[in-house]
Design a protein around this ligand. Structure first.
Ligand code: ADP
Length: 147
């Protein structure tokens, strides 16, 4: 018997886990991408959010399922670029590699989004990953399975 109960052990592991431990590669497209092609990408990569980057691969926007649904319901699909429906910088909530996962989870919850783009460092616009609700749920399962 370790002396530490279930809760302290999980809490300990959780507090040591940072965003870089659970982040996944982001799927990025350029702002000329049509709503139609963006929808195809969501299915192809089995994701809920696409990141929009400029020529220098800097993050300029986020497009989610709801953004695309709204666009389609307004009759835009074949030719509308995602730039029209995306959420733009600086209105995007982001994470950093060294951020504790609990902080990322709080931001996701508070801002009612499914995921946060992970930026290379503070002030950088270079996207290196994403941290999602799915990744957080999987972490919860991993941590409790280790007990
Ligand atoms: P869904 O539309 O699939 O429910 P979200 O809840 O993540 O996905 O998105 C809801 C809205 O928030 C959308 O308009 C989307 O563009 C925007 N959004 C998504 N992620 C972020 C983020 N990290 N920061 C700011 N806005 C975001």
């Amino acid at each position: 018997y370790s002396g530490l109960g279930f809760k302290p052990l999980v809490q300990d592991r959780l507090s040591q886990t940072t965003v870089q431990d659970i982040m996944l590669p982001p799927v990025s497209v350029d702002q000329e991408t049509t709503v139609q092609d963006a929808i195809t990408s969501l299915f192809m990569y089995d994701i809920g959010t696409l990141y929009i980057v400029d020529e220098a691969k800097n993050l300029i926007g986020v497009v989610s399922r709801k953004d695309l649904l709204r666009s389609v319901s307004m009759g835009n699909m074949q030719t509308s670029p995602v730039a029209v429906v995306m959420t733009r910088m600086p209105n995007i909530f982001v994470a950093y590699p060294e951020m504790p996962v609990v902080q990322a989870a709080k931001s996701i919850s508070r801002h009612q989004v499914d995921s946060l783009p992970v930026m290379k460092e503070q002030g950088s616009r270079q996207i290196i990953g994403k941290v999602s609700k799915t990744a957080l749920v999987n972490l919860l399962i991993d941590l409790t399975d280790e007990e």
